[in-house]
Design a protein around this ligand. Structure first.
Ligand code: NAD
Length: 310
């Protein structure tokens, strides 16, 4: 999923477009610049280890991007690529990083190959190194409004809303998709920001009705054109988390799209995050933020509070 400047520029040239583009790439760059500054100022060397199991092509791209970004910010970034095989080997790798003093953050790239019990793996990560924020301890802390590591994609969504002054307080927020890593934690975050939250999923029978009532929509499903203009409330704000690979020729040269039919929807919505260039870069930046935070916690350093507010 390469971010293309030309692609974003075309948004801005469309006269009919009314929606504000929530430029995740720019906001993520700003966060990463701040992270670089803090690393230099506090002389920390955060270390991130990413465990990749199997040969899923998209996952390979994502982990490489995470490693490259961590290196570019002055962190240690390591990928441990393991063949599909015994869960025991994954557990041993997690255990090795749990005790490695130079590794502050451990991320197991999901989804894991079929047959491997995701929860069993995640639960073996020391919660203080769980920079993905999806260990039951960290999800529990998030649920009660006391997060240590806010999961990266949900954190990216909230940061983007905050950056563009979209306040969820008192609004009806519809989240579509209830995964452990995206939809469910976003529902906790928006609840704590005083939105009235509806969490829809594949068994929800009344999606059109729910769409028509929503002031904010977060779509995290993985289905192109799941959301068109039908049933949308005018001026709705939309965060499109979906990443879908499609035939390039059938879509003006774009090979990656979100869940939202971007062009028509951008004429109805008040704000919308594009794919690519929206939530994707925010997710990587928030992983860097969590890894930096993990290094402060584990090295016993005092955190600059105005920065560590997520
Ligand atoms: P998942 O497969 O774990 O969850 C998908 C969710 O969608 C499920 O809760 C399911 O109930 C729901 N769903 C399926 N069909 C539905 C329908 N017709 N109507 C309503 N709900 C439906 O996926 P995930 O890991 O949460 O990822 C979701 C999407 O977000 C994928 O496209 C993924 O690639 C993308 N993603 C993007 C980022 C990013 O950084 N931008 C990060 C993580 C995931």
């Amino acid at each position: 999923m390469a971010f293309s400047r030309d692609y974003l520029t075309t948004y801005f040239q469309d006269d009919e477009m009314t929606a504000r583009i929530l430029n995740g790439k720019a906001v993520a760059d700003e966060l990463c610049n701040k992270i670089t500054e803090i690393i230099a100022q506090y002389k920390v060397r955060p270390g991130l280890a990413v465990i990749l199991v199997g040969d899923d092509e998209a996952s390979k791209v994502y982990v490489e991007r995470k490693k490259e970004k961590s290196l570019s910010l002055g962190m240690k970034g390591r990928i441990l690529h393991m063949p599909e095989g015994s869960p025991q080997q994954i557990l041993e790798a997690i255990q090795m990083y749990n005790t490695a003093p130079d590794i502050h953050g451990i991320l197991v790239q999901l989804p894991l190959p079929k047959g491997i019990h995701t929860s069993q793996m995640i639960e073996k990560i020391n919660p203080i190194k769980d920079v993905d924020g999806i260990h039951p301890f960290n999800l529990g802390k998030l649920m009660i409004g006391e997060p240590i590591y806010t999961p990266c994609t949900p954190q990216g969504c909230i940061r983007l809303l905050k950056h563009y002054n979209i306040n969820p307080e008192g609004k009806r927020a519809l989240i579509i998709g209830r995964s452990r890593i995206v939809g469910l934690p976003i529902s906790f975050l928006l609840t704590h920001l005083n939105a009235t939250v509806t969490l829809a999923h594949s068994h929800s029978s009344n999606l059109p009705q729910l769409l028509s009532e929503a002031d904010i929509i977060v779509s995290a499903v993985g289905k192109p054109k799941l959301i068109g203009t039908n049933h949308l409330k005018p001026n709705v704000a939309i965060l499109d988390v979906g990443i879908n690979r499609i035939n390039q020729q059938a879509n003006n040269g774009q090979s990656v799209v979100g869940d939202v039919d971007f062009t028509p929807v951008s004429k109805v919505a008040s704000a919308i995050s594009p794919v690519p260039g929206g939530i994707g870069p925010m997710t990587v930046a928030c992983l860097m933020y969590n890894t930096l935070k993990a290094s402060f916690i584990q090295e016993g350093k005092t955190m600059p509070e105005q920065f560590f507010n997520f």
